[in-house]
Design a binder for this molecule. Structure first.
Ligand SMILES: NC(=O)c1ccc[n+]([C@@H]2O[C@H](COP(=O)([O-])OP(=O)(O)OC[C@H]3O[C@@H](n4cnc5c(N)ncnc54)[C@H](O)[C@@H]3O)[C@@H](O)[C@H]2O)c1
Length: 251
């Protein structure tokens, strides 16, 4: 139980990497607040956590709305008197058009920015904390987008890594660690159209991308890394891009 008595907020927690992060933090003893727009799916995740003896609750949070993020973080601080762990994992598919470009910046850069801005003073006042942003391979390399309108995702994901490193430098003195998990190709709602292709996405993994481990990653393989980074086991790790990608970036 490495996160006993810790209070965690996972934004985008009803599915995929956020769900797995919430479950992994709860399994280590944290009280996990699931901030999401999908209440029904979040409640199902909470049922699973509680069935295993964990603690979790839902707070409606729309990552696309600054006021909603502000409200949730204030509510967590009010109810629990602290906030030890923040995980930013909201995501949704969008079109590779002009509106989609702005959507990606709002979802993957501005939402983590607002959340970090709100939790940092709380963590500073309580003497520390751990923030985990979810980046991507697109935080460290360009994407396969063909049109300029498709650059929103890598632009936001590069930027969130830059923000992560900068916040780590600025807040180390307050015992606040800030790291960015950069997943490779992981099975989630976001990637379902890819791995539900006729060949199970095998051609993409084995031929196009040549992922060294020759398989898709599972959300739990991200959740475990998030829980590690949140814990004291990672007490000297901050400002890092942690690639969890089956070896893709090793080439
Ligand atoms: N799956 C991958 O292969 C992969 C790879 C690299 C990075 N990522 C990143 O992981 C993060 C999570 O994606 P995922 O793959 O788990 O997708 P997912 O669709 O399975 O999960 C996304 C979660 O965000 C929630 N969400 C959507 N819109 C929201 C909003 N407006 N406010 C709050 N919550 C909202 C959804 O309800 C869901 O719980 C994203 O930042 C994504 O870019 C995923």
């Amino acid at each position: 139980m490495k996160l006993q008595d810790k209070i965690a907020l996972v934004i985008g927690a009803s599915s995929g990497l956020g769900r797995a992060s919430a479950e992994a933090c709860a399994a280590e003893g944290a009280m996990v607040v699931l901030g999401d727009i999908n209440e029904e799916r979040s409640k199902a995740v909470i049922e699973g956590i509680v069935a295993k003896g964990g603690k979790a609750k839902f707070m409606y949070t729309d990552a696309m709305k600054e006021a909603s993020i502000v409200e949730t973080i204030a509510a967590v601080a009010k109810e629990f008197g602290r906030l030890d762990i923040l995980v930013n994992s909201a995501g949704a598919p969008t079109a590779a058009d002009e509106a989609g470009w702005h959507f990606q910046i709002d979802m993957y850069l501005k939402a983590p920015y607002f959340a970090c801005r709100e939790v940092l003073p709380i963590m500073e006042a309580q003497g520390g904390g751990s923030i985990i942003t979810i980046g991507s391979l697109s935080s460290v390399t360009g994407s396969l987008a063909q049109k300029i309108e498709g650059t929103g995702y890598p632009a936001a994901k590069h930027a969130v890594l830059g923000m992560t490193k900068t916040l780590a430098i600025a807040n180390g003195k307050h015992n606040i660690r800030v790291n960015c998990v950069c997943p490779g190709y992981i099975k989630s709602e976001l990637t379902r159209p890819l791995y539900e292709a006729e060949d199970g996405g095998a051609k993409l993994i084995n031929e196009t991308l040549k992922v060294p481990l020759r398989r898709w990653g599972e959300p739990e393989e991200i959740g475990k890394v998030v829980a590690f980074l949140a814990s004291e086991d990672a007490s000297f790790i901050t400002g890092q891009a942690i690639l969890v990608d089956g070896g893709f970036m090793a080439r």
